[in-house]
Design a protein around this ligand. Structure first.
Ligand code: DQA
Length: 169
């Protein structure tokens, strides 16, 4: 780990080292759901792998999954007080949910949009992400590795701009 990142870490509190990994509808079925599109790993397997990668970077991950739009919004709201960033696979809500988009704007902490499949190479309705403009970036098409890439992106962002509590409220 570069010295700059290690030093920054020592000065941060617990909230600043926590990242929420939030998965939306149907992602609880990863592994059995269309494996040709989404791969054969279960969500638990993806999360376990991601946890150890995060630990090496000095982050603690908090995992949540819901099939319900309102619940995803409640979880995002709670994250603004407990986490410094979010890795979000909003599933099909990516393409439809202005409410989730507004929640992302409201919470201010950085959110990385993630997709296992390349949404731009699939059906037309998947080409639009209504949440993309309020996320710091989008990672799409690398299978389970999309989550690792999102974690790396977020780590860089947080290392460069450590969030301060007074900025969040
Ligand atoms: C997905 C892509 C979405 O279009 C789809 O509705 C999903 C999964 C992905 O990870 O590739 O549920 O977000």
């Amino acid at each position: 780990m570069p010295g700059r990142m290690r030093d920054a870490r020592r000065e941060r509190n617990d909230t600043e080292m926590k990242i929420l990994v939030l998965n939306g509808p149907n992602l609880n079925l990863l592994g059995e759901r269309e494996p040709g599109v989404y791969g054969s790993q279960s969500l638990d397997q993806i999360c376990a792998h991601l946890s150890s990668a995060a630990e090496e970077m000095g982050f603690e991950l908090v995992f949540a999954q819901s099939n319900h739009e309102g619940e995803l919004i409640d979880i995002l709201h709670a994250a603004r007080l407990e986490c410094s960033g979010v890795i979000l696979n909003a599933g099909a809500y990516t393409h439809t949910s202005y409410a989730i988009r507004d929640a992302i704007s409201a919470i201010k902490i950085p959110v990385v949009e993630v997709h296992l499949s390349n949404i731009h190479a699939r059906e037309e309705f998947r080409h639009t992400s209504v949440i993309a403009p309020v996320c710091i970036g989008q990672i799409s098409g690398f299978g389970a590795d999309s989550y690792d890439l999102a974690l790396t992106a977020l780590a860089f962002r947080l290392g460069q701009n450590p969030p301060r509590l007074e900025d969040k409220h």
